[in-house]
Structure formats: structure tokens, C-alpha cells
Design a binder for this molecule. Structure first.
Ligand SMILES: [Zn+2]
Length: 382
């Protein structure tokens, strides 16, 4: 089976290569900003442009106006145009969905860091080094981590963080076709207080450092509000907030990997049933909790989907209107109302008392079975 995967690893560039990295990052930033300014200008002039038309005009004038761009690999320019195009597409998608945060593309500033650049084309990997267009062989900090056997490198993003350089490679490679999973289907219920509850009884708590970081974030946000606009200290706090957000995302992602590993590779069920993206979001009225839960849901879905593919597990998404929380997993009767504060599900029909989240997970799991496929057939989509 042919799959796509990303690998991120630290680089060990020499000083000349560091210089080249800076130069390429500069090109990527410049081209991105040029393309963004050009789009805005064209839009305001009533003559909107697009990716290909823009690239053509840029290539026609770059040798005369920006001759230094020739010092960097052509693919970097090319990729910067594509990045902006993607940013625009994401913006339009959010507008269409009516999201509060539209996220119009922003100009990249050197003040916000060196940034990154992407390369595509003639990229080669050996055990201890990677060959990049124009830059040549760069040493890797960790030998043998990037795949070499029959793997095709689609693109590499080179980025800097706190003085260290990293390569993130998109790789296409073959893995053995997995044996289809044979275990009992598993339903997974994602929550805000508890990260996830699986129908086999396994519970994934939110990691402790997460709560610590969230408290820290709140403190920093109060600090930010106190600081004078335009002051150095306000800028400092802003950077701290960004780092805190990144840390929280990392911790969550890690925890989600645990859960997605459990419901795929570890237990090898025939099917995993996950809820649709918006269910939990609608339940939570707290703004931050909602945003976090949405993001977790998306990331968990993504992880379960690709791991399901790797390990031969069917992944099914329950319809957003399937009442997984309000239905009794014992007898199938439905409650008209279930308050968020009710942590136990008490069935008035059959008398079953069960943890609310486990009940929801069991209901999701049952959607994978033939019996319920008939009754809730329209609740399923693959
Ligand atoms: Zn019941």
C-alpha cells in the first residue's frame, strides 16, 4: 500500500548552509508578501488575479527588478506562490462556512522570526544527510530516521526555531498491506474534561501538563491586557502567549496520538466509530473550551483516519444528529433530555446506570454492527 507521511527531523547545517537557509527563507517571505500585495491591489482595482497569472507576471519582471532571487532555488519561489494560494483558499472556505475567524492572509514579517521555505523536486536522502536543490548535501542530526528505501520525497519544508534548523519531509512510500482488523468494533467519545472514552472501557484523561499550561495561558492573557499598547513588554508577552499556545497544541496532539493508537494499531478492531466534528462544540457554550474541543476533534479524526488505513481498520463517522449521549446502550430507549451536569446515564426503561461517556462510546460502537446499521443506517457515512 502506498501512503503519504511527514517526517520532521533536526538538521546540522554548516555556516555557509545556514546563510543559504536564511537567503531562501528571505525569498519565500518576499515572494509571499509580493503575491499578497499584488492580489489585494488587483482586487481593489476590480481586476482580480489568480495563481498562474500572478506567477507569469512575476517571472517576467523578477530578473530586472529582483535579480537577487536568482541566488535561490526556483522551487522556493514556486512554493511561496502556492502557500499564498492555499492561504486564500482557506480564507474563502472559512468565509463560506460563516466562521467568526476568517483568517485573511497576513503579511510575513521578519520580526516574527526567520520563517521557513519549501523545496520540491530533486531531493535525495541518505542515512545521514539530505540533498536539497541549490544548497547541496546537508547533515542530519539523527541518522537513519528519514526513510530511504523506495521512498519518494514530495517536498521538504525547512524551518528555524530558536537557532536550530529543522526539515519536515512529505514522503510517499510503500508499506505492507495490513491484515484487516478482527477485534470488536470500538466507539470513541471525545470530551472536554476527559480527553476520550472508548467503548472497551479505556479512558484517556487529559494530561496534567495541559492544565498547567492552560492556567499559564490565562495568566499571560491577563498580563497582555494590562501592558501598554506598542510597548516592548506587550510584545514580549505576546511571544510568550504564542509559545504557550504551541505547547498546549503539542501536548494535546501527543495525547491524541495515544488514543488514536489505542483504537487502531493496539486493539485492531474491525471498525472504529467516531462522532461528527460539531457535536461536542454545540454542547459546550464556553468559547475557549469549544475551540479546543473542535481542534482536538479534527486532529483525532485525522489521526484515526490515516492510522485506520495503515492498520486495516474501517473508520466510520456517525451522523451529527445521532443521539449517542441520550440513547441507552442497554435497551436502546431514548431520553428526551440529558443535562451536561448528569455524569451518569440512568435509564428509566431498563434501569441501567452507566457512566455517561462510556454509554455514548458504546452507542457509537454499536453503529458498526449489522443490527444497528439497519435502524440507524442513515446515521452512518464512511
Ligand atoms: Zn435502557
Amino acid at each position: 500500500m502506498r501512503i503519504m507521511r511527514a517526517y520532521k527531523t533536526a538538521l546540522n547545517p554548516n555556516s555557509q548552509q545556514r546563510g543559504a537557509f536564511m537567503q531562501h527563507s528571505g525569498t519565500a517571505r518576499f515572494v509571499y508578501n509580493w503575491a499578497l500585495a499584488d492580489r489585494i491591489e488587483r482586487y481593489e482595482a476590480g481586476d482580480p488575479t489568480n495563481l498562474y497569472e500572478q506567477k507569469r507576471r512575476f517571472n517576467a519582471l523578477k530578473d530586472e527588478q529582483f535579480p537577487w532571487i536568482r541566488k535561490t532555488a526556483y522551487c522556493t519561489t514556486e512554493e511561496a506562490f502556492h502557500h499564498l494560494d492555499t492561504a486564500y483558499k482557506n480564507f474563502f472556505r472559512r468565509v463560506k462556512l460563516g466562521k467568526a475567524e476568517k483568517g485573511f492572509p497576513r503579511f510575513k514579517s521578519r520580526k516574527r522570526g526567520i520563517g521557513s521555505f519549501t523545496m520540491r523536486g530533486r531531493i535525495h536522502i541518505e542515512r545521514g544527510r539530505i540533498k536539497l536543490p541549490r544548497i547541496g548535501w546537508v547533515c542530519l542530526k539523527e541518522k537513519g530516521y528519514l526513510p530511504t528505501n523506495g521512498a519518494k520525497i514530495l517536498s521538504v519544508n525547512i524551518s528555524e526555531r530558536a537557532g536550530r534548523w529543522f526539515a519536515s519531509a512529505q514522503v510517499e512510500m510503500d508499506i505492507p498491506d495490513p491484515e484487516p482488523g478482527t477485534g470488536e468494533p470500538i466507539g470513541i467519545d471525545l470530551g472536554i474534561k476527559t480527553l476520550a472514552v472508548c467503548s472497551d472501557g479505556t479512558t484517556f484523561e487529559n494530561p496534567k501538563p495541559l492544565a498547567q499550561q492552560e492556567r499559564k495561558l490565562k495568566r499571560l492573557q491577563r498580563e497582555f491586557a494590562r501592558r501598554q499598547r506598542g510597548s516592548k513588554n506587550r510584545e514580549k508577552t505576546k511571544r510568550k502567549i504564542a509559545r504557550c499556545h504551541a505547547k498546549i497544541a503539542d501536548i494535546r496532539k501527543h495525547a491524541l496520538h495515544n488514543a488514536s493508537y489505542h483504537v487502531t494499531a493496539k486493539t485492531k478492531p474491525s471498525t472504529v466509530v467516531v462522532e461528527d466534528l460539531n457535536v461536542k462544540g454545540m454542547m459546550a457554550n464556553h468559547h475557549l473550551a469549544k475551540a479546543v474541543a473542535d481542534a482536538s476533534f479534527g486532529e483525532l479524526r485525522r489521526q484515526i483516519e490515516y492510522k485506520g488505513q495503515w492498520y486495516g481498520v474501517d473508520v466510520v463517522v456517525a451522523d451529527r444528529f445521532y443521539p449517542s449521549s441520550k440513547t441507552c446502550s442497554g435497551c436502546g430507549s431514548k431520553k428526551p433530555l440529558l443535562r451536561l451536569s448528569e455524569r451518569q446515564f440512568v435509564c428509566e426503561e431498563c434501569g441501567m446506570i452507566i457512566d455517561r461517556d462510556l454509554n455514548a462510546a458504546l452507542n457509537l460502537a454499536s453503529l458498526a454492527n449489522g443490527a444497528n446499521r439497519e435502524t440507524h443506517g442513515d446515521c452512518l457515512r464512511s
